[in-house]
Design a protein around this ligand. Sequence first.
Ligand code: SF4
Ligand code: SF4
Length: 139
Amino acid sequence: MAGKKYHLAFTPELVNEPITFTLAREHDVVVNILRAEVTEHGGTLIMDIAGDDAKIDAAVAFLRSKGIDVRGLERTVVRDLDRCTDCSMCVSVCPVKAYRLDRGTWEVQLDRHRCIACGLCVDACPAAALRMDDVGPRA
Ligand code: SF4
Ligand code: SF4
């Protein structure tokens, strides 16, 4: 089930809160953590929340009620297959493994649902086959 991606920033007091457990149990959504960073100043998460739109909205409202800064990720990567040479540079740089090299066909495959719009692959692609694009407004 494809969901919506969000960037969460929270204070040190919230680092040990069971946020994903609470979201799943009380809001009936499926949460997938794509990236997590925690420092003494707090933490950030990139998460995919899947479920009914109303339930996702309620889950986001819950997060905000806890004092978490929640922002929707509105952009994703787009590949021009006519330009792509399957060189695999994007496979190497992507921090969330959105690309995969098929060892049977030696073609690079992209799962856009994993993309967190960091832009690293766009800068790394020697064929200029990648660009970022809007995927629509998010809450
Ligand atoms: S870096 Fe560019 S050319 Fe190379 S596989 Fe990725 S999209 Fe294709
Ligand atoms: S922009 Fe490219 S490198 Fe960054 S997450 Fe998306 S696919 Fe991966």
